[in-house]
Design a protein. Structure first.
Length: 277
C-alpha cells in the first residue's frame, strides 16, 4: 500500500493581505462619498491644498469659503455685492475683483481670521448699466491653501430715472453794429430765445473780450427771450473781439449750448446765427 505525502496547509493571509486591501478600499470609498457630500453648490469654486490636490468649496455659509452673494445690486447707488466668510480654519487673504469695468468696488480686500467675514459693496452707474455684475473672489493662506470663485449678481436699474431735460437755445443771432465815426465804437447785439421744458432756466450771459486790450465786459439776462447789447467807444472800430454766449439753469451752465465766435469790429455784419431744428 502506497502512502500519500501529507498535505501542506496554506498559511492564513495576514491582515495586510487581500482582506485588508478590501477594507482599505471600502474606507477610502466612504471618505470620497463624505467629500462629495460636502461639496454643496460650489460648481465654479475650487481650493488648492499645499499637497497640490484640489477641494471643491461650497458657496453657502457652511462652505470652506462662504459666499453670500446678493441676488441683485441697484444701479445708481452703492449696494452690497457679496459677503465672504473664512471657514478654512486658518487666516486667509481675500481679494474681490470685477470681471469688467462696470462699477466701483469698496472694501474689496482684507485678511480674515478663521470665522471672520468681509462685506464687499459695488457702485454701478446708471449710465449704460449692465444686466449683471460678474466678479471673482480669491483667497490665499501662507501654508499654500488657495481658493477662487466666480459669481455674478444681476443689476436692478429700475431706480435710474432718465435725466431731466435742460433748457436750450431756440435761436441765437449775433450782429456787429460797430461804427467808424462818432468815436469809433465797437457795438454788438446778441438776440436769443430759450426753450425751457422743465422750468429750470436761470440766465443767459454774453461775454465780450477785446483780444488786443485787457478789456472784458459781461452782459446778463434772466428773460427767456431778449437781447444783450454791448458798446465800447474810444476807437474800438477794427479791434478783434471774442464773444461767448452761455446758458445757465439750476444745475449750472449747459455747456452743450455754449457759443463762442471771434470777429473784427467792422459793422453791418451778421457774426453768428443759429436756430434749433
Amino acid at each position: 500500500m502506497t502512502r500519500r505525502p501529507p498535505r501542506r496547509r496554506r498559511p492564513r493571509a495576514a491582515s495586510g493581505g487581500p482582506r485588508g486591501t478590501r477594507r482599505a478600499f471600502l474606507a477610502a470609498g466612504a471618505g470620497l462619498v463624505g467629500l462629495a457630500a460636502a461639496r454643496g453648490s460650489g460648481a465654479y469654486t475650487a481650493a488648492s491644498l499645499d499637497r497640490g490636490s484640489t477641494l471643491p468649496v461650497a458657496s453657502d455659509a457652511a462652505g470652506v469659503l462662504g459666499l453670500d452673494v446678493a441676488p441683485s445690486v441697484a444701479a445708481g447707488a452703492e449696494s452690497r455685492l457679496v459677503t465672504v466668510t473664512n471657514r478654512a480654519g486658518r487666516p486667509v487673504a481675500v481679494t474681490v475683483t470685477l470681471a469688467e469695468a462696470v462699477g466701483t468696488l469698496s472694501n474689496d480686500a482684507g485678511t480674515l481670521a478663521s470665522g471672520d467675514s468681509l462685506v464687499v459693496a459695488v457702485e454701478v452707474s446708471c449710465d449704460d448699466a449692465p444686466a449683471a455684475v460678474t466678479f471673482t473672489v480669491e483667497a490665499t493662506a501662507a501654508d499654500g491653501f488657495s481658493a477662487v470663485a466666480t459669481r455674478r449678481a444681476s443689476v436692478d436699474a429700475a431706480g435710474c430715472a432718465p435725466p431731466a431735460a435742460r433748457p436750450s437755445f431756440e435761436e441765437v443771432e449775433i450782429e456787429d453794429e460797430s461804427r467808424r465815426g462818432n468815436g469809433g465804437p465797437a457795438v454788438y447785439v446778441v438776440e436769443y430765445e430759450v426753450d425751457d421744458p422743465e422750468n429750470t432756466f436761470e440766465r443767459v450771459t454774453a461775454e465780450f473780450d477785446n483780444l488786443d486790450r485787457e478789456e472784458t465786459e459781461t452782459k446778463s439776462s434772466s428773460a427767456l427771450e431778449g437781447e444783450l447789447s454791448f458798446s465800447k467807444r474810444g476807437q474800438r472800430f477794427g479791434d478783434p473781439y471774442r464773444i461767448t454766449v452761455r446758458l445757465f439753469d439750476a444745475s449750472g451752465e449747459v455747456e452743450s449750448e455754449r457759443i463762442e465766435v471771434e470777429d473784427v469790429a467792422g459793422g453791418d455784419e451778421e457774426v453768428f446765427e443759429s436756430e434749433s431744428s
